[in-house]
Design a protein around this ligand. Sequence first.
Ligand code: NAD
Ligand code: ZN
Length: 341
Amino acid sequence: MRALVKASAAPGIEMRDVPIPRPGSNEVLVKLEKTAICGTDLHIYQWDDWAQRTIKPPLVIGHEFVGRIVDIGEGVRGYEEGQRVSAEGHVVCGVCRNCRAGKPHLCPHTEGIGVNRDGGFAEYVVVPASNLWPIPDAIPSELAAFFDPFGNAAHCALQFDLVGEDVLITGAGPIGIIAAGIARHVGARHVVISDVNDYRLQLAADMGATRTINVAREKLTDVLDELDIDGFDIGMEMSGNPQAFNDLLTCMYHGGKVALLGILPKGTGIDWDKVIFKGLEMHGIYGRRMYETWYKTTQMVLTGFPLHKAMTHQISIDDFEQGFELMAHGECGKIVCDWTG
Ligand code: NAD
Ligand code: ZN
């Protein structure tokens, strides 16, 4: 089968011919329809510090996908061949304290599909049946392909009660854009989102952000005056940029709540006074709740959440290089690659 492989410890990704994997017990084989490009895939492509620490080539990358079940391993119940599915990208151990307490998103033994085991940038992928998420017929495959980052945005945005609250999101990448939409969807008052990229800020506005701010030109503190508020009730750090994180802390209201999703460089410092004297509540966010986040995102799309507005490009998998180039330049929202055409 064809697959995008990180073949060696160097920048780049290759389309290679590799054997079709076989599902073991409690696993299924999925034939891919669509795979979306994640920032993580770009890190692996560019072979940055994180990728060098984490990835063991050769590896088939990709963890945002949708396809159909074509083979079912021993012991799998509740699924049938032909069924359309996406899958949770985090494979958990199932036996640790958190897994057994119904909190598998906090499993310390989490492995990533397309990160620690072969992934979904391929014609076929094997996943544990317990990771599958069936996709209702009413949801098109190009949207189902990126339920994984949709879930990151939802897990983060739904961490706190947003109804009537003033929300600040730093970083209008695909996840920040979707989080802005969710904040509006559930009834936040002001939804302010910052970035340095006007193209992405426009996507966030289309998605429901009430005020976008390009921090290369404008100051966040000026927006507080404009909105006539003393600070934001809820903050979501979704840029991974230390300056953005510090600016967010500056703009939080006393007693505000901050969810941290963006992956900050090692050693990032903050002014702890802003956390302590304002009594901020901070929450780290990793992955998605299994499987409550998947349930909520699915129902949101079925009841009209405009997820399609976060998708800017649909390309053939043959054009994957162009897709990665677009991602690197940032003139895009979600990019979805097609395996069927
Ligand atoms: P992305 O890299 O596409 O988006 C980040 C955005 O931040 C970009 O649009 C960039 O222009 C913007 N940015 C850069 N400097 C900024 C600044 N000073 N102020 C405001 N914005 C600035 O990433 P994404 O796919 O949307 O993901 C968002 C973040 O979440 C990334 O850091 C990613 O690594 C991380 N992530 C975390 C998890 C998790 O489970 N915790 C899961 C997925 C992604
Ligand atoms: Zn576990």
